[in-house]
Design a protein around this ligand. Structure first.
Ligand code: ADP
Length: 155
């Protein structure tokens, strides 16, 4: 059976932190599906189309890394695409506390789906999409925080 992992998130926008987690996980799974959750209550800075296009560009040379979007529960989406794994990144203990409850509830709903956590590498611990959005909003240069392939486009 193919090992398929779903990496859910907003990716608003994708950062080097996300990129690093995905590339490291690509050696562990046969396929990674980056899945942008469409949450009606959550306001986004960048349109879904842009967020998807940037991710496609970053991983265009990796046929086993794809991007899509979904509505509803992440575990339901995983079942739909036959993924047995959910991938998440951990930066801090706050991330851990947040992720732990989601992961434990997801496991209650569908016990066959395992959430796999990768610890961020130290250089990306302080990085998150909201910092990147702030920099862009205030006219700064987000270059060193976003993947090279999308640096100019995002700016
Ligand atoms: P969400 O809306 O779920 O917070 P994000 O797009 O912010 O979505 O994050 C998706 C996943 O990427 C989460 O598991 C998050 O912990 C992880 N992540 C975000 N930034 C980093 C980073 N700098 N290093 C490692 N993992 C990260």
């Amino acid at each position: 059976m193919k090992k398929i992992a779903v990496f859910p998130g907003s990716f608003d926008p994708i950062t080097r932190g996300h990129e690093s987690i995905i590339l490291r996980a690509a050696t562990l799974f046969d396929e990674i599906i980056i899945a942008i959750g469409k949450n009606a209550e959550k306001k986004h800075f960048f349109p879904l189309e842009d967020r998807m296009r940037w991710i496609e560009k970053v991983f265009e040379e990796y046929p086993n890394i794809t991007v899509t979007n979904y509505k509803g529960l992440t575990v339901d989406f995983c079942q739909k695409v036959n993924a047995r794994f959910i991938l998440r990144g951990l930066r801090t203990s706050a991330d851990f506390e947040f992720e732990r409850s989601i992961s434990q509830i997801n496991k209650k709903i569908i016990p066959e789906i395992e959430t796999i956590f990768l610890l961020t590498t130290p250089e990306y611990t302080a990085l998150n999409s909201s910092i990147v959005r702030d920099i862009i909003f205030h006219g700064g240069d987000p270059g060193q925080f976003v993947p090279e392939a999308v640096r100019d486009d995002i700016r």
